[in-house]
Write a new protein. Structure first.
Length: 217
């Protein structure tokens, strides 16, 4: 098992061996409680793309929209009319962006595989959504730093991912079995990230974290 010097989420040098499942080695950060796959076992970009291409998430699928509403509803309740946002990791079927546009907001798209528009990363936003995205990050700390930097003062970073349960076996957890899921969060993880980046933190139902950038004076 390859140890690592620091947590890829909060960058604290407090990792410890956590579990080994089907030849995959995991570490837990004792500071933010994230669990991370051994960096030497991260999937290649080609392996990730092959798996993503199996997904069938249609923009008009009512069941998919119902799932995404877990993030959309609490975010929409906090947005000012006509806000400008970014759907980061939108995938090939950006249904969440469509839902937010239908609610009167403008939404840019970015995805390293399906919408790799560098111009989208040169703007500032009132909100950024990451739906079923952050569990794929190979360098979560760098990604969160980037996303916070793209927010205007008072802006929201809205994240939906399955929070790691503590009352069941990690190895049998369905979310872990996806080969492209390489980092797993708890509610406490987002509180630590919020503190590190000077953000407010609201935890909503459905494994949703809403992080707000403090307005400048």
């Amino acid at each position: 098992m390859q140890d690592a010097s620091s947590c890829r989420v909060c960058r604290a040098a407090r990792l410890r061996p956590f579990d080994t499942v089907a030849g995959r080695d995991y570490f837990e950060c004792q500071r933010c409680l994230a669990v991370l796959l051994d960096p030497s076992q991260l999937p290649t970009r080609a392996q990730e793309r092959a798996h993503y291409d199996l997904h069938q998430n249609e923009v008009s699928d009512p069941r998919y929209r119902e799932f995404l509403s877990r993030l959309a509803q609490p975010l929409l309740a906090r947005l000012s009319p006509g806000s400008h946002g970014l759907d980061y990791g939108c995938g090939p079927g950006p249904a969440l962006a469509a839902m937010l546009r239908e609610a009167g907001h403008s939404v840019a798209l970015y995805d390293p595989e399906y919408a790799a528009d560098p111009g989208a990363l040169e703007q500032r936003y009132d909100f950024i959504t990451c739906s079923e995205v952050v569990e794929h990050f190979h360098r979560p700390g760098d990604e969160f730093e980037r996303l916070v930097g793209l927010l205007r003062g008072g802006g929201w970073l809205a994240i939906m991912t399955a929070f790691r349960p503590t009352d069941r076996d990690f190895g049998s957890w369905y979310y872990r079995r996806d080969p492209t899921h390489v980092v797993f969060y708890q509610a406490a993880t987002f509180r630590v990230l919020a503190g590190d980046h000077g953000l407010g933190c609201v935890l909503a139902e459905g494994d949703v974290a809403l992080l707000r950038k403090v307005r400048r004076p």
